[in-house]
Ligand binder design. Sequence first.
Ligand SMILES: C[S@@+](CC[C@H](N)C(=O)[O-])C[C@H]1O[C@@H](n2cnc3c(N)ncnc32)[C@H](O)[C@@H]1O
Length: 224
Amino acid sequence: MTKRPYRKVRSFVNRPGRLTNAQRRALNQLFPRWGIDFGAPIDMRDLFNRETTRVLDIGFGDGEALLTLAANNPTIDYLGIEVHEPGVGHLLLLLEKAGITNVRIIQHDAVEVISDMLLDCQFDAVNLFFPDPWPKKRHHKRRLIQPAFINDVSRILKANGLLHITTDWDNYAEHIRETLKKNGLFSLINEDKSLPLMCRPPTKFERRGKKLGHNVTDFYFCLK
Ligand SMILES: C[S@@+](CC[C@H](N)C(=O)[O-])C[C@H]1O[C@@H](n2cnc3c(N)ncnc32)[C@H](O)[C@@H]1O
């Protein structure tokens, strides 16, 4: 556990966001089933009551990709973190409809969740699909991928754990490559679609990026 408020600049802005009635109901009625309040440290083993492969999804957005992964891989346990309330409500509805049991959700800043709540060596993979690119130079400090954040991610990964980062912004891809290279704890490895941990379903922001003609880059970093 690293209790250090190393980052006051947040990687998101608090958008009020309109909740549908169904999402509001989901947040009230379904959160107790799938959600975890921000607070005390959690042991993933106790959460799911089993010892298995575990994946953390940071910034799951509307949760459609996380739902697909969890449904396709019932023997893997997933923890999703997202700040945007309508996205959390949307995923709760999907989880209820599909009767999913291998997902838990935390609605809070992932930087604080990782530093305050997640124990060492808990995850086989961490997914960061299309983190907000903050393309303007003066906003680069808001990017989630920062040296201290990568150190914290490395702490919660098991040995040889996988960090899968995807972006549709070439400038952010360059930043990711450089930050991970300087960090030195990870090796960049090739994609292997035969491994479930390397499979990524299409996401909403991927579709958006492709419509804009953006190039999509998937990075697979293995903890040394
Ligand atoms: C560009 S969207 C991508 C969503 C999804 N992964 C996808 O590919 O469709 C980035 C998401 O990350 C969330 N986010 C940004 N910073 C976050 C943080 N510090 N903690 C948790 N979620 C965060 C945003 O609310 C947003 O939903």
